[in-house]
Design a protein around this ligand. Sequence first.
Ligand SMILES: Nc1nc2c(ncn2[C@@H]2O[C@H](COP(=O)(O)OP(=O)(O)OP(=O)(O)O)[C@@H](O)[C@H]2O)c(=O)[nH]1
Ligand SMILES: [Mg+2]
Length: 320
Amino acid sequence: MFNKIPTVLRPQEIIDKAFSRASKIEVPYESTLERRVRNEVISRVSTIESLTCNYLDKLVKRFPSSEKLHPFFYAILDLLFDIDRYKISLSRLNTSSNKIRELSTVYIRRVKGIDGKRINQTMREFYGRFSSIINDLSGDLSYLSECRDRMKKVPDINPEIQTFIIAGMPNTGKSSLISALTTSKPRIASYPFTTQDIHVGYRQIGYQSVQMIDTPGILDRPSSERNEMEVKALLALQKIDGVILFLFDHSPEATYEMEHQENLYHEIKQMMSKPIVRVQSKLDISPGRMEEIAVSVSTGEGISELLKYMESILAKTYAR
Ligand SMILES: Nc1nc2c(ncn2[C@@H]2O[C@H](COP(=O)(O)OP(=O)(O)OP(=O)(O)O)[C@@H](O)[C@H]2O)c(=O)[nH]1
Ligand SMILES: [Mg+2]
């Protein structure tokens, strides 16, 4: 979604492109030199206009409009840059594109009406005014270029499809479970403000396509250990409609005691305000079945039951 935004050129690059294209224009034979010059200039002005306006319009169109963003992406972009400034910059591009169109109309009309000796001077005047409109966009273009770089790093999550978010303390088996449940190799996306990558896997459950997200570094720690940005990153995740599978490791190998795991569970349950399901992991090495849903990725035990359970949750959660 954010990968289709064209490169944002600097003002001088936009100007150079337009002028160089315009300078290549040669009008074929005309009965007089004056007619030729006049037609050439008209053609140059209109080429500069169409090339530049098309480019500016394309930028405005391809940068997603903040009003149309899914709340998840809005929340993420809000962390990455100033959305108000982004909006203003895009609207300035739009205004400038309109100004250039008006300017070209005015100058073409002028060139058609004036004395032959003044044609070149009028053209230079147009070039000057055109350049100054583009140069005025300098700050906006560089800001949008920065936004574009940041947008490229936004995780490639589809907030429209049904989602399971895997949570649990470190080492509880989240990544192993997502690999076991999803068909393809999970896609990797970076997530702002965390050092680790997000893993996104897909599969069919019943007739539905389901997305599963493993968010290392986000849903695996109590808030007290998160900085402000990480808390915001977590809250962005809240905007995705979905169900949380919270993994509990009851095995003797568990890195964290049950008390810690429970604390995180309650905290996430509160913060995320979405359905949350307790899932026991590593059943094969656990002293027994301690949760209603228990699985082992190693032996495959419980996996098909978990999938059935997920299917029933989907039916309940999305049957609106
Ligand atoms: N015996 C057994 N080991 C498991 C099972 N699931 C995961 N493990 C092991 O537990 C360890 C942690 O698994 P991961 O899937 O990396 O856990 P994680 O929650 O993604 O860990 P972090 O990303 O570090 O938070 C690995 O050594 C796995 O091989 C299981 O069902 N049975
Ligand atoms: Mg992991």
